[in-house]
Design a protein around this ligand. Structure first.
Ligand SMILES: Cc1cc2nc3c(=O)[nH]c(=O)nc-3n(C[C@H](O)[C@H](O)[C@H](O)COP(=O)(O)O)c2cc1C
Length: 310
């Protein structure tokens, strides 16, 4: 019998829908016992969001400041698992606050240390630097990171910016104004993610994960877009300054940081609609001499290797 623990957070339910598909082959296998733990903040984040709370989550998301979580069942904490699957989403180019909070608990250390771990990411489209932050936390915990699957909204970056705001602010995963495509990961991509479960089941049974990520990448589990990586890195530098500035003005919910959150809101609109197109153009012009470096970087971000920062 192989014991698999699935730890995840979800607001809209999308993360769980994806996990259900990926885990289908394991769920159907009598030799595998699956246990689920849904991460629950003591004070949960709203869904749908309102404009203020959406931006108020920015400093603590980016600075990776944990929030208190509901306890994990004792039975889970007293079991040794053969594999742990972690489902998370990206908030402000970082792991979401609830998921980051989980990784910072002593219970996570207890569950993940010296244990094979597979990450499953769902987000709009910008996940690479968030995953580097997660890799760093997993490395610190002593987890054995053996696999990664990423599901994103595949529409054009600026189209998905519009449609995700509609989804997050109304709670409806439907077409904005009847004109735009549906937001989030497409139903087709969610249902087809079932194919990733087969190699996971095989490697679990063989108790050898050395080639799992290569198999997953071969099935299209991790598509890396160099332009998005470039934007993600630049935006991380700017977000670092904004998050420290806003946090220095007050804690979540405090009135003193409201005007600064408003300023960040306007800055973000400027960055998305003015800076990002300029950055894209620069990237398209300047990237050609760096093609081999970009390919190397792409392979690294598709892998579960972790380069400790120098
Ligand atoms: C506060 C907030 C910030 C977000 N920031 C990002 C981001 O930086 N990059 C990205 O690709 N998606 C971002 N998203 C989209 C989430 O990843 C999306 O909400 C998630 O895919 C929904 O999954 P869930 O309902 O299972 O949590 C953000 C969403 C929220 C609510």
């Amino acid at each position: 019998m192989k014991r698999v623990l699935v730890v995840y957070y979800t607001q809209t339910g999308q993360q769980k829908e994806i996990l259900d598909q990926i885990l289908f082959p394991l769920e159907a296998d009598p030799q595998v016992e699956l246990t689920y733990h849904r991460i629950q903040p003591v004070s949960n984040y709203p869904f749908p969001w309102d404009g203020h709370s959406f931006f108020d989550a920015f400093p603590e998301s980016f600075l990776q400041i944990p929030c208190p979580l509901q306890p994990i069942d004792d039975q889970i904490l007293h079991t040794n698992y053969d594999l742990v699957i972690l489902g998370y989403q990206v908030w402000y180019l970082s792991p979401s606050i609830p998921f980051n909070s989980f990784l910072n608990t002593k219970e996570a250390k207890r569950l993940l240390n010296d244990t094979p771990v597979i990450t499953v990411i769902n987000c709009r489209n910008m996940w690479v630097m968030a995953q580097e932050k997660v890799k760093s936390l997993l490395h610190g915990i002593g987890a054995n990171h053996v696999g990664n699957v990423v599901l994103v909204d595949r529409h054009l970056n600026h189209v998905s910016v519009i449609t995700i705001v509609h989804w997050m602010m109304t709670g409806r995963k439907d077409s904005y104004l009847g004109l735009f495509p549906k937001p989030g990961v497409s139903e087709k991509d969610i249902s087809e993610s079932r194919r990733f479960g087969e190699p996971i089941a095989t490697h679990l049974k063989n108790n050898d994960y050395s080639t799992l990520q290569t198999s997953l990448v071969g099935l299209g589990a991790v598509l890396v877009k160099p332009l998005l990586v470039f934007t993600d890195k630049r935006a991380n530098t700017l977000f670092a300054k904004w998050s420290q500035l806003i946090r220095s003005k007050g804690l979540p919910g405090e009135a003193a940081r409201r005007p600064w959150l408003k300023a960040f809101n306007y800055y973000l609109l400027f960055a998305i609609w003015v800076l990002a197109p300029v950055v894209s153009l620069l990237f398209l012009i300047l990237h050609l001499p760096f093609l081999s470096l970009i390919r190397k970087e792409k392979r690294y971000y598709q892998s579960v290797n972790f380069k400790t920062p120098r």
